[in-house]
Design a protein around this ligand. Structure first.
Ligand code: ADE
Length: 231
């Protein structure tokens, strides 16, 4: 059983994501367990306040350290678990980073995602407790929940038993640094468009060759930078 902890002000966003499709099944099959922890529950003041004005002035509010630290410490063995902070200033997440995190998760069976909001999180939480900082791209979102779910989803699908067909992992984009070949399904005719003849041929060697060629062609056209990495 893999434990995923999300420290957030909006636990409903996290719970909603795990209530459908493959993630729902992974929960039902007891492969993963989701703990969406509301930082506000650790506020210990009358108005459940968790943010305050930044020292030195400036726009926006900053999430205070004490409630977040108490939330972290509510997790058993938190010292032995990677604590991932989602921030635009983190390492850009990609398939290589995903593999690294998946290995860590397989080793310690737990991972903690800290989702920030407002203008930021008191730096002292990051300095003392966070083990890794990740960004999902060069744009700014309103909170860390979506990035945390992006990381969680891409990691969870590498856990044994989550995907029905293990082959779908090795064949897909980025695992081989090539983009995926196009897929077709019934009906055979859509408006005036047909399915490439070779896919109907039943000749598996030819199909494999065609798919590899298509992958290369599409990667060359859309992401030539990936081919450079391949070499
Ligand atoms: N929080 C806000 N924007 C983000 C991004 N692009 N990646 C990770 N965390 C974020």
């Amino acid at each position: 059983m893999i434990n995923l902890y999300f420290l957030t002000l909006f636990p409903a966003i996290i719970d909603e994501y795990f209530s459908e499709s493959i993630m729902k099944r992974a929960l039902e099959d007891n492969i993963i367990r989701i703990h969406s922890i509301n930082i506000r529950d650790f506020a210990n003041n009358k108005h459940n306040r968790v943010d305050d004005y930044p020292y030195g002035g400036g726009a926006g509010m900053v999430m205070q350290a004490p409630p977040i630290i108490r939330a972290i410490k509510s997790i058993e063995h938190y010292q032995e678990i990677p604590i991932i902070f989602l921030t635009p200033s983190g390492t850009t997440f990609n398939t290589k980073e995903c593999q690294k995190l998946t290995l860590k998760l397989k080793a310690c069976k737990s991972i903690i995602f800290l989702c920030g909001h407002y203008e930021g999180v008191d730096q002292r939480v990051i300095d003392r407790y966070v083990t890794d900082e990740y960004s999902i791209g060069d744009y700014v979102l309103t909170g860390g929940e979506l990035p945390a779910l992006v990381l969680a989803d891409s990691i969870i699908r590498h856990i044994q038993g989550v995907l029905g067909n293990a082959g779908s992992l090795t064949e897909e984009s980025f695992e081989s640094n090539l983009l995926e070949y196009p897929q077709y399904t019934r009906p055979q005719k859509v408006e005036d468009m047909s399915v490439p003849e070779v896919l109907l041929s039943g000749n598996h060697a030819q199909i494999k060759k065609w798919r590899k060629a298509k992958s290369l062609e599409i990667t060359q056209e859309k992401r030539p930078d990936l081919l450079k990495k391949e070499k």
